[in-house]
Design a protein around this ligand. Structure first.
Ligand code: NAD
Length: 606
C-alpha cells in the first residue's frame, strides 16, 4: 500500500471543530469519516490502511488515499465522486439531492467471486478488501460493535439464563477491532468472560481502553479466576494469551464447560485473519510471507479443531453460537474440498446448506449463527445498529444526543439502560460517536421537525420511523446550535435490509432465500434515490469474499432543510427495506410491522 501519506503522518485522525477544508459539510463529513477510520485510536493497523476485520481497508493505497482527499476537497455541492475499491475513479455533475460519494468495494462477478481471484487481483493492485464499515468510512472503533454484542448476549441471557449473565462464564476467541468488544459486553451483562487471543498487543490494547480487565498466559489461572468470579456473581473478564483452538481443547481436557462458547477471531480470512496453532504471531507472520499455501492449510486445520471443540463443548452442555466470522462455513468448505480432492469430482453430492458442506458432513453447522438465534426478530422490525458521529469532535455533542434519544423514547427502558451504561463504560475512540438499535416502527410525531420545508409544516403531526424521528431531532439541535457542528448518521452493514449473507444475516431464512442478493442492491439503489450522502455496496465483509453482499449509507445532519428532507426519506427507506425483505420471506412480525408502519408490500396476500 506504499508509505503512509504526509498528511496522515503529520496529523492522523479526523479534523474537529467548525472550520472546514471542503466546499460543504457533506464533503467535509466524508473526509472526516475517512480520516476517522484511519485514526490510530480507531484503526487496528492504520499505517497499512487496515481498519479492522482482518484486512478491511479504508483506501486501496496511500496514493489512492491522497487522491481521495484531494477529490473531496474540490468536490462541489452538485457533484458525485465514484470510489472503486478504495480508489477514486470518476467525478460527475449530478445534483444537490444526489449522493456526494458512491463506493463499491471488493465486488466480483459470481463465477470469479472467491478468495483466490480476489488475492490475484489484489496483488495486481486492482481491488481492495473493504470489509463492512472500513471501506465505507463508517467504522468508529470497538465502540461501534459493543452495543450489538451487548444486545446479542442480553438476548442469549433471556433465552438461556433468566435474563442476565450473572454467574455465567462466556468463552470466546479474538480481541481485535470487533472481537475486543466481547469482554465488555459480557461484563455489562453481569457475566464473566475468558477470551483467547494470540496477539498479546491486542489484549493490552483492550485492557488500556477498559474493554478487558486482566490478562494471563496461564489457562488454569484464567479458569480459576473466572470460576471464582462467577460463583460470587461478580462481572469479570480476562484475556488468555494463546490460540483459541488450543484453549478450547485444553478446556475439554480439564472438563471445564463454559455456559456459552463462541468466537470472533477473523476466521473469515484463513490467510490474513486467523492464526494457525503451534506458532507465535511473529513465526506465523513469517510463514505467511514465505509459504502462504501452507499457512492457509494449517490455518484451516486449526479452524477445524476449533469448530470440533466448540461442538464438543456444546455436546457437554454449553450454549454454542457462531459470532458472524464464518468459521463454520470455512470448515465446511475445507472439508468439502478435501473430500473432492480425495474422491475426484464431488459435484453431484448434495450440498447443505449453501456453504459447500456435504450432507454427510453437517457438523460445522450443527451450532447456530447469532442472527437466526438472537437477532432476526429485531430485523423483522427493521431494527439495526443505527450510529451517529459528532463532527465537532466534542463529546458534549454526543452527550446532548444521549439526552435527546432518551427524551424521544421515554418508554424504551432497555435503550435508556444502554445509553446510561455506554456513557459510563464505553470510552470514545476518535470522533465521539454513539450506537443504538432503532427501527421502522412509526408513531405520530407532533411537530416532528422545525426544519423540513413544505413536507412538514410547523405543528403538523407526522408518522415517522424511530430512525427518522431521532435524526430529525438531531438536525434541529444542530440548527439551534445546541450541537456545535453537523452530525453524521450511518450504520453497520449488518442491518435488516442491507445484506445477503447465507452464513450470517440471512442464514436459514424462512423461505430459503438466504443467497438471494437482490435485496442489498435494492437497498442501495433506493437509498440513492432517497438522497443519502454516501452510499456503498460491498462483497465479503465479515464472512469473506463470495459469502455476502452488503451496503451502507451516511446522511449528514447540518441543521438545514435539505438535511431534514434527506433524513426523513432515507430513515424511512433504509429500515423499510429490512421490513419488506423479511415480510417477503414470510415472517409474520415483518408483515405486521409493514401494516402498522404503512410500508407497502404489494403481493402480501399472494
Ligand atoms: P481483527 O482482524 O481486528 O481481529 C481478529 C483477532 O483474532 C486478532 O486480534 C487476531 O490476533 C486474533 N486471532 C486470529 N486467530 C486466532 C486464533 N486462532 N486464536 C486466538 N486469536 C486469534 O478482526 P475483528 O474486527 O475483531 O473481527 C473478528 C471477526 O468477527 C471477523 O471475522 C469479522 O468479520 C467478524 N465480525 C463479526 C461481526 C458481528 O457483528 N458479529 C461484526 C463484524 C465483524
Amino acid at each position: 500500500v506504499g508509505d503512509p501519506s504526509d498528511r496522515w503522518r503529520a496529523d492522523p485522525g479526523a479534523s474537529t471543530g467548525t472550520d472546514i477544508e471542503c466546499e460543504g459539510w457533506r464533503q467535509e463529513a466524508a473526509l472526516r469519516m475517512l480520516d476517522n477510520n484511519l485514526d490510530p485510536e480507531v484503526a487496528e493497523l492504520p499505517e497499512d490502511l487496515v481498519v479492522y476485520g482482518g484486512t478491511g481497508r479504508a483506501a486501496r493505497s496511500w496514493d489512492a488515499y491522497d487522491a481521495i482527499v484531494a477529490q473531496l476537497r474540490e468536490l462541489g455541492d452538485t457533484e458525485t465522486l465514484l470510489v472503486q475499491s478504495g480508489k477514486p475513479v470518476g467525478r460527475f455533475e449530478t445534483h444537490e439531492r444526489a449522493p456526494r460519494v458512491l463506493i463499491a468495494n471488493s465486488n466480483l462477478v459470481g463465477k470469479w467471486d472467491n478468495w483466490e481471484q480476489f488475492h490475484e487481483l489484489e496483488a495486481k493492485g486492482l481491488i481492495m478488501y473493504g470489509q463492512m464499515t472500513a471501506g465505507s468510512w463508517a467504522y468508529i472503533g470497538t465502540q461501534g460493535i459493543v452495543q450489538g454484542t451487548y444486545e446479542t448476549l442480553a438476548e442469549a441471557a433471556r433465552q438461556h439464563f433468566r435474563g442476565s449473565l450473572e454467574g455465567n462464564v462466556v468463552v470466546t476467541g479474538g480481541l481485535g477491532g470487533m472481537g475486543g468488544a466481547q469482554p465488555l459486553a459480557v461484563t455489562m451483562n453481569e457475566g464473566v468472560c475468558i477470551a483467547a487471543e494470540v496477539d498479546e498487543a491486542r489484549i493490552d490494547r483492550r485492557i488500556e481502553t477498559g474493554y478487558c480487565e486482566e490478562k494471563t498466559d496461564d489457562l488454569d489461572e484464567a479458569i480459576e479466576r473466572a470460576e471464582a468470579a462467577a460463583a460470587a456473581g461478580e462481572p469479570y473478564s480476562v484475556g488468555v494469551h494463546a490460540n483459541a483452538a488450543d484453549v478450547l481443547e485444553a478446556m475439554l481436557e480439564r472438563e471445564f464447560v463454559p455456559d456459552v462458547v463462541t468466537d470472533q477471531t477473523a476466521a473469515h480470512d484463513a490467510l490474513e485473519g486467523y492464526y494457525p496453532s503451534g506458532y507465535t504471531v511473529a513465526e506465523a507472520d513469517e510463514l505467511r510471507e514465505r509459504d502462504p499455501e501452507r499457512y492457509e492449510r494449517e490455518s484451516l486445520e486449526t479452524m477445524e479443531r476449533h469448530v470440533d471443540a466448540i461442538l464438543e463443548l456444546q455436546e457437554r452442555g454449553a450454549v454454542a453460537v457462531e459470532y458472524g466470522n464464518n468459521v463454520r462455513g470455512q470448515v465446511a468448505d475445507f472439508r468439502a474440498e478435501r473430500a473432492r480432492d480425495s474422491e475426484g469430482s464431488g459435484d453431484d453430492e448434495v450440498r447443505w446448506p449453501l456453504s459447500g458442506a456435504t450432507d454427510a458432513e453437517r457438523a460445522p453447522f450443527d451450532f447456530p449463527g447469532f442472527v437466526p438465534a438472537y437477532v432476526r426478530p429485531l430485523f423483522c422490525e427493521g431494527k439495526g445498529p443505527f450510529r451517529w458521529v459528532a463532527l465537532s469532535g466534542d463529546p458534549a455533542d454526543i452527550h446532548r444526543t444521549d439526552e435527546a434519544v432518551k427524551e424521544l423514547f421515554p418508554e424504551k427502558d432497555a435503550l435508556h439502560r444502554w445509553i446510561d451504561l455506554a456513557r459510563e463504560r464505553v470510552s470514545f475512540q476518535g470522533l465521539p460517536a454513539r450506537v443504538c438499535w432503532l427501527g421502522a416502527e412509526t408513531s405520530e410525531t407532533p411537530q416532528a421537525s422545525r426544519s423540513g420545508g413544505d413536507e412538514a409544516a410547523e405543528g403538523d403531526d407526522e408518522r415517522l420511523t424511530e430512525r427518522a424521528r431521532f435524526a430529525l431531532r438531531i438536525n434541529d439541535l444542530v440548527a439551534d446550535g445546541e450541537i456545535r457542528a453537523p452530525v453524521v448518521v450511518t450504520r453497520d452493514h449488518l442491518d435488516a435490509g442491507s445484506v445477503a449473507s447465507p452464513n450470517r444475516e440471512t442464514e436459514d431464512m424462512k423461505d430459503g432465500s438466504d443467497a438471494v442478493a437482490d435485496w442489498p442492491i435494492l437497498n442501495a439503489l433506493l437509498n440513492c434515490a432517497a438522497g443519502a450522502d454516501i452510499v456503498s455496496v460491498h462483497d465479503g465483509g465479515g464472512v469473506g469474499i463470495g459469502n455476502a453482499l452488503h451496503t451502507n449509507n451516511h446522511v449528514v445532519l447540518d441543521g438545514s432543510d435539505l438535511a431534514a428532507e434527506k433524513a426523513r426519506r432515507v430513515f424511512t427507506t433504509d429500515p423499510g427495506t429490512g421490513v419488506v425483505r423479511h415480510a417477503d420471506a414470510g415472517y409474520e412480525a415483518a408483515l405486521e410491522r409493514a401494516r402498522t408502519s404503512d410500508i407497502a408490500v404489494p403481493m402480501e396476500d399472494r
